[in-house]
Design a protein around this ligand. Structure first.
Ligand code: SF4
Length: 62
């Protein structure tokens, strides 16, 4: 059972595979997120990760 999620206007996100994504809109529903990197020396956006990501259950094959 999923509670009604509140969109956080301050955090845009298109990762609909994430449990915290609004899905109906490209926003996160968390009040705050944690961002990190998997690189020693990040140089482009692709080097960063949302560490608050949680895979949506029953969604997709990611
Ligand atoms: S937790 Fe991260 S990946 Fe998930 S919806 Fe929020 S910003 Fe996007």
């Amino acid at each position: 059972m999923e509670n009604q999620k509140q969109k956080n206007d301050n955090i845009k996100c298109t990762v609909k595979q994430c449990q915290h994504n609004m899905v109906t809109d490209n926003y996160c529903t968390l009040g705050c997120i944690s961002v990190g990197t998997h690189e020693d020396n990040p140089t482009v956006p692709e080097c960063t990760d949302c560490n608050s990501f949680v895979k949506r259950t029953g969604c997709c094959n990611c």
